[in-house]
Unconditional design. Structure first.
Length: 158
């Protein structure tokens, strides 16, 4: 693959610089819809638990998986889990198979709220992209996923 030219890289950087505050604001808004005191790190933990629960066959996520998937220090994750539990958004229980392992699962309230927020967000995106060609949307989704994976990989190297 040939090296990308400077102007294209500058355009990509500029686009992400414009998007970053918008995405951050949207995430902050979604977080406060769960709880008025929920902020970035806690929302990242909650979102990871919700998504893993929805996508996984088992439903429960270990604390170690939360630490790994969220790329956060264990002490930060522990504080976030404590708050999320106190606010009634998650449950944390010892594994019946291994008492050293703690399992995290979202509460019914968190699952219901997540579904409501996701439906509203999907509706907003549907309106936003209503004029786009479906192939362009598919391409955008693939490219953003690829970019996200690359960023995650490069953040592990640093």
């Amino acid at each position: 693959m040939s090296r990308m030219n400077g102007p294209a890289l500058d355009d990509i950087e500029a686009a992400f610089a414009r998007l970053a505050p918008i995405v951050k604001g949207r995430m902050a808004n979604a977080a406060t819809q769960f709880h008025p005191e929920l902020r970035g790190a806690g929302f990242a933990v909650l979102r990871m638990v919700l998504l893993r629960t929805l996508r996984g066959p088992k439903g429960d996520v270990t604390v170690s998986e939360v630490v790994s998937d969220c790329h956060m220090d264990k002490s930060v994750v522990s504080r976030q889990l404590k708050d999320l539990k106190q606010w009634g958004l998650i449950q944390v229980e010892r594994s019946e198979q291994d008492a050293r392992v703690y399992l995290v699962s979202p509460t019914d309230f968190a699952m219901k709220r997540f579904a409501e927020i996701k439906q509203a967000t999907r509706s907003e995106y549907s309106d936003m992209f209503s004029e786009w060609d479906p192939r362009d949307l598919s391409d955008l989704a693939k490219l953003l996923s690829r970019y996200s994976e690359q960023m995650e990989l490069s953040s592990h190297v640093s």
